[in-house]
Design a protein around this ligand. Structure first.
Ligand SMILES: Cc1cc2nc3c(=O)[nH]c(=O)nc-3n(C[C@H](O)[C@H](O)[C@H](O)COP(=O)(O)OP(=O)(O)OC[C@H]3O[C@@H](n4cnc5c(N)ncnc54)[C@H](O)[C@@H]3O)c2cc1C
Length: 392
């Protein structure tokens, strides 16, 4: 990976870059790689953080344990082509994510399954009995609008309160009754013993971590990486033909229409003098009296063997880095107004989770970046054909 400094950027008098790409997460790094390696473009990729990888960044902590600085990132997808693309830059370790929830003094599988129900209620139901059990508790809601409606309609109020209400209130700072139905619509309830958190056909972790994957991806002739600087600084000190902006779209426009609301997170990282802390990578704490939402133990994700272990507590908060776009109707409407502004602004394309104000998993962001590359390739081809036809 070829890194440059701001000083070098300022002193090098050269041709403009073809692209200035803002944000070295999955969105920015994938499009940078494609434009450089696929189309021979000259790209400057910047990030205000002092590392590449965006929120997927991982590193060895002071004790030498591999941790994810911005919370646990598990790769899962149904798209083989996304895995094929990323496999150019990494080998993989097989990993299926399992999560437990601490409820009423029990550690129980989440999403709720047969073992969750039997463990919580001290029963020994089979699958058919569990289906009847849930059907008896479900409280049909005629018009499902909110996250609360989704869950109560499926499993009833008691399980909703134990597993969802407290967690969602902490996570979003809002009651599920105030949140769009999409927030909990993704959470399945099972009556079998499947305890996988995700059901995607492809689930894995990069063998040497995400940062190593990014470093290989960006190690291409044509890509220069500049870290620890903001777009506003670079935009004044370099020349470029086009910007691909993977930061917050409202920030790009100086928040002229108001701020798009985000939920943020604070992580408290700790290293412990023991080889294991908890039985799985993530334990959720729906209890409203516990201030954090979950604890992650990274060695389960990475497979690292080490005499110590590192964990992180996750505290959702209102202020801080923008992590989760808040899914409410008014916010979606405000985003549409920014999008209209973006569509009317030549020379810049918005990409990624912050650029399009939508919660995407990593595989979806990779897909979004590959799709953008395809559009750029087709547009370039069309321009070339016009030039040839015009005899230029
Ligand atoms: C806690 C948490 C856990 C997650 N877990 C998973 C998971 O298990 N599996 C999964 O598939 N997905 C997960 N995700 C989602 C995943 O993080 C995103 O899909 C992915 O990070 C999106 O990539 P991106 O490039 O769009 O954004 P980011 O990774 O956020 O990268 C954007 C980059 O732009 C930089 N930037 C922004 N503005 C500027 C500016 N003005 N100037 C310079 N730089 C700027 C930022 O510093 C940042 O590094 C999780 C997200 C969070 C928050």
């Amino acid at each position: 990976m070829f890194q440059i400094t701001l000083e070098r950027l300022q002193t090098t008098a050269c041709e403009p870059y073809d692209y200035l790409i803002v944000g070295a997460g999955f969105a920015g790094s994938v499009i940078a790689e494609r434009l450089a390696a696929g189309a021979g473009k000259r790209v400057l990729l910047i990030d205000r953080r002092d590392h590449v990888g965006g929120n997927a960044y991982d590193h060895l902590d002071a004790a030498g344990v591999m941790v994810h600085r911005y919370g646990p990132h598990i790769f899962h997808t149904n798209a083989q082509r996304i895995v094929d693309y990323l496999s150019r830059f990494t080998q993989w370790r097989v990993y299926e994510h399992r999560v437990l929830a601490q409820v009423d003094g029990h550690l129980l599988p989440i999403p709720i399954n047969l073992d969750t129900l039997n463990g919580l209620f001290g029963l020994s139901m089979n699958e058919a009995e569990a289906e009847t059990f849930l059907a008896q508790r479900a409280e049909p809601v005629s018009m499902i609008r909110t996250s609360e409606d989704v869950v109560i309609n499926q499993i009833g109020r008691e399980l909703y309160e134990k597993f969802f209400q407290g967690y969602t209130r902490k996570q979003w700072g809002l009651d599920p009754s105030q949140l769009d139905k999409s927030v909990t619509a993704r959470v399945p309830t099972r009556t079998n013993r499947d305890d996988r958190y995700f059901t995607d056909s492809l689930q894995m972790m990069p063998l040497h971590g995400y940062t190593a994957l990014f470093e290989r991806m960006l190690d291409q002739p044509g890509i220069e990486v500049l870290l620890g600087v903001d777009f506003t600084t670079v935009r004044e000190r370099s020349r470029f033909r086009h910007v691909i902006f993977c930061g917050p779209i409202d920030e790009y426009f100086g928040f002229c229409l108001g701020r798009l609301p985000y939920r943020s997170l604070r992580f408290a990282h700790e290293t412990l003098p023991q080889s294991q802390f908890q039985p799985v990578a993530v334990v959720n704490y729906p209890d409203p009296t516990v201030p954090y939402t979950r604890i992650t133990e990274y060695k389960h994700l990475t497979g690292q063997v080490h005499p110590m272990t590192s964990i992180s507590y996750e505290f959702p908060c209102a202020e801080g880095d923008p992590y989760y776009p808040i899914p409410r109707k008014a916010n979606a409407e405000l985003y549409q107004r920014y999008k209209a502004l973006a569509d009317a602004t030549p020379g810049v394309t918005f990409l990624g989770r912050l650029g399009t104000y939508k919660y995407y998993n990593m595989d979806q962001v990779v897909g979004q970046a590959l799709a953008l590359y395809q559009r750029i390739e087709q547009a370039t081809l069309a321009e070339e054909q016009v030039s040839v036809a015009a005899g230029k």
